[in-house]
Design a protein around this ligand. Sequence first.
Ligand SMILES: Cc1cc2nc3c(=O)[nH]c(=O)nc-3n(C[C@H](O)[C@H](O)[C@H](O)COP(=O)(O)OP(=O)(O)OC[C@H]3O[C@@H](n4cnc5c(N)ncnc54)[C@H](O)[C@@H]3O)c2cc1C
Length: 234
Amino acid sequence: VPELLAAALPPGTVRTGVRAVSASTTAVATAEHGEIGCRAVLVATGAHDAAELLPGLRVPAFHPVTVMHHTADRPPLREPALILAAGGRGPVAHTMVASEVDPSRTPPGRVLITSTVLGASAALPAAELDRAVRAQLAAVYGTSTAGWELLATHHDPYAVPAMPAPHDPRRPVRLLSGLYVCGDHRDSSTVQGALASGRRAARAVLSDFGAPPAAGSDTNAGNAGTGSVPVAAA
Ligand SMILES: Cc1cc2nc3c(=O)[nH]c(=O)nc-3n(C[C@H](O)[C@H](O)[C@H](O)COP(=O)(O)OP(=O)(O)OC[C@H]3O[C@@H](n4cnc5c(N)ncnc54)[C@H](O)[C@@H]3O)c2cc1C
C-alpha cells in the first residue's frame, strides 16, 4: 500500500528514514536532515510518537502482542491458511505456516511457522511462552513440535491501542488549520482504521486549502473500505 500511494506522487516527494523531532504548522524539525518548511503538517505516527510531536495529545492504553517464529524439518500444514486457535487451549490466537502463505519470506526449502499471542500471555517470559506455544501448536497442527527451533520472538508492549467501550472510532484528525494527526489511535486499532483516519485527515487538509476532494474519494468518511485514500494530500 505505501508503495502504491507513493507511486502516484512526483518522484522525490516521499523521503524515508527521516525522523521528525518537532512539528508546527509551518515547519518540521528533523533529527539529521535539518528543518523542512511547509504549509501544513500531518503527523501519521503511533500514539506515543504523536504525543511527543504534539504535546497534550491523548495517549490510549495499549494491548501487548508477541509474535513467535519457529522452523521445522517439514511444514506441519501444506496450505496457505491462517488458523484461528481460539478456544482457550493455549496462548496462541492465530498461527500460519508463513512459508506456505508467502514462500518469498523464507530461503528455498526452509519452513517458517509464525504464531501470534495476544493479551496477558504476551507478557510471559520467552522460554515459558515458547513451552506453552509449542504444546498448543502440537494440538493445532496434529504433529510433534518438540524438534522445532525457535528462530525469533518479537514482543511489542504497545502493539495495539486499547478500545474500551464506549470507543470513539472517529477522533478528531484536525487539531487546527495546518496541523493534523492520523493513525490507528484516531480510529480503530487496525490497518483499516489507520487508513480511514488518514483519509479523514487528507480531506481536512484539502478542505482547509479550499481544494475539492480527490477524485475517487467517496463521501462516506467512515470505516467502509480503504481503497480510495486521496493520495494527493496524504
Ligand atoms: C504484531 C502486530 C500484529 C498486528 N496485526 C494486525 C492485523 O492482523 N490486522 C490489522 O488490521 N492490524 C494489525 N496490527 C495493528 C496495525 O499494525 C496498526 O494498527 C497499524 O499499523 C497502525 O498504523 P499507523 O499508520 O497508525 O502506525 P504505524 O504503522 O505504527 O506507522 C507509524 C510510522 O511512523 C513512523 N514514525 C514514528 N515516529 C516518527 C518520527 N518521529 N519521525 C518520523 N517517523 C516516525 C514509524 O517508524 C512508523 O513507520 C498489528 C500490530 C502488531 C504490532
